[in-house]
Design a protein around this ligand. Sequence first.
Ligand SMILES: [Zn+2]
Length: 99
Amino acid sequence: MSSTRPGGRARRMKNKDNPMQSAHDSPRCGAKTRCGTPCQAPAIHGKKRCRLHGGKSPGAPRGERHGQWVDGRYSIEAMEEQRRFREFFKMLRENLADL
Ligand SMILES: [Zn+2]
């Protein structure tokens, strides 16, 4: 029992061998608080926010079910199509410059 006495060996265990140290090393939430400072609560495992800042929420629905959906011109699919067109025209320009 003497090893767990305050001031004994237990004090040196604080950072080393402490099973709670891994919890402190976990990613922090970082949401903006009322003070304007980042929330420092541990984020939900595999997420970027804590349980109080939407870590449990899957987020807004995708596509037409999203509240700000208008016509889909900025949807993931539309942006991907735009990117492909840009690359295609860029390739065309580069090949025409060689002629
Ligand atoms: Zn938070």
